[in-house]
Design a protein. Structure first.
Length: 372
């Protein structure tokens, strides 16, 4: 970078905004961040993206590992179905310091086109940097990300989020400049946590997308299936629901309660205020209902003071939104307002009294798919 004038009309700068090349999520030669709370399957998702990248013919991927170690990474790759040749092609390093020019050159010469850094905390520590400081966030990007970016190598930086979901917003833990130094920031949230011999589901939310090709606000859902005997993990990237007709498994009764509460407010309110309104038995489900309302456009989220997340109604959510042909109204006094999200078992003894017939059919189809 210099102060010499650059002619932006020159042909070499006429580059189109290409869509993602890997799993409809990861762009070629872009800087990505992948953040989420503990148990959000960040490492698992990153390795899946690396395998998808390699199998798609886009080049090798590298793993800069500060988290798991060689044995655990090898085992996880085997359980993901990677062959020995695919495992051999992973450019694996577990460094004790930041990369120098020779390290970057070696990665490029090895035909690596995607580098996963797992995770930011370890990389910052190895560099003697504090991710709470804006200057250190910029220094980290200059050392770890920009040299790869300048060589046409895409990066995925895994990061944690703050413990308090009310102040989390769209930022990873530490300085807000982390968001400014990447092109794409995706947030992971486990709807159903994966464990051996079971299924899991993770939602992928778009916090930032400079190229602009990703579906907002949810880019996709990642569904896992672990074989009960072999523990082999199969996965599918599913399109996230963009309408209420597509969202077959939602906390619908609670969504209606939260929507009515927001409609009655004269100003945006915080998650804590909504949770204290005694709308549901568990704060976790109230937050799931709130997230669903925002995703489907029934509520809007804005930033408040001290990093608070504020919510207001954009339109009222009612039971008729679930099934346009149904005349059934959801009783606002129903005690069964903890209907979980997609992939989680539910009780259906009174289903026909609370949901339209088409919704019941969708629930049953999904239940059979998951073998519940």
């Amino acid at each position: 970078m210099t102060w010499n004038e650059v002619d932006l009309a020159a042909p070499e700068f006429a580059q189109p905004a290409d869509p993602p090349v890997t799993a409809r999520l990861i762009y070629r030669n872009k800087r990505h961040a992948l953040s989420g709370p503990p148990e959000a399957a960040k490492t698992l998702t990153a390795l899946i993206l690396g395998l998808e990248h390699h199998r798609g013919g886009h080049g090798r991927f590298a793993l800069v590992d500060f988290e798991m170690g060689e044995h655990a990474v090898r085992l996880l790759l085997v359980e993901l179905g990677a062959t020995l040749d695919e495992i051999r092609d992973v450019y694996y390093v577990a460094p004790d310091g930041p990369p120098d020019a020779l390290d970057i050159a070696a990665i490029a010469e090895a035909a690596v086109t995607l580098v996963v850094i797992d995770a930011a905390a370890g990389a910052y520590d190895a560099s003697g940097l504090d991710d709470n400081k804006r200057g250190d966030a910029e220094a980290f990007a200059r050392t770890w990300v920009r040299p790869l970016f300048e060589r046409g190598i895409a990066t995925i930086l895994l990061d944690h989020v703050t413990k308090n979901p009310d102040t989390r917003g769209r930022y990873a833990i530490g300085s807000e400049r982390k968001l400014g130094t990447v092109d794409v920031h995706l947030g992971l949230q486990a709807v159903k946590q994966l464990h051996r011999g079971a299924d899991g589901l993770v939602t992928i939310t778009v916090h930032k997308d400079r190229p602009g090709h990703l579906q907002r606000p949810r880019a996709a859902e990642l569904e896992f299936r672990s074989d009960p005997e072999t523990h082999q993990i199969r996965w599918d990237f599913l399109s996230a629901p963009t309408s209420i007709e597509e969202a077959a498994w939602l906390p619908t009764v609670l969504m209606q309660k939260v929507s009515r509460f927001l409609e009655a407010q004269t100003a945006p309110v915080s998650q804590n205020t909504i949770s204290r309104a005694r709308l549901g038995r568990k704060v976790e489900y109230v937050r799931q209902a709130l997230d669903a309302l925002v995703t489907l456009g029934y509520a809007a989220e804005t930033a408040g003071s001290r990093g608070a997340r504020l919510y207001e109604s954009t339109r009222l959510f009612t039971s008729t939104d679930l099934d346009p042909t149904s005349t059934v109204e959801v009783a606002p006094t129903s005690t069964d307002f903890d209907r979980p999200l997609q992939g989680v078992e539910v009780e259906v003894e009174d289903e026909d009294n609370r949901y339209g017939s088409n919704e019941v059919a969708r629930l049953e189809a999904k239940r059979q798919e998951f073998g519940l």
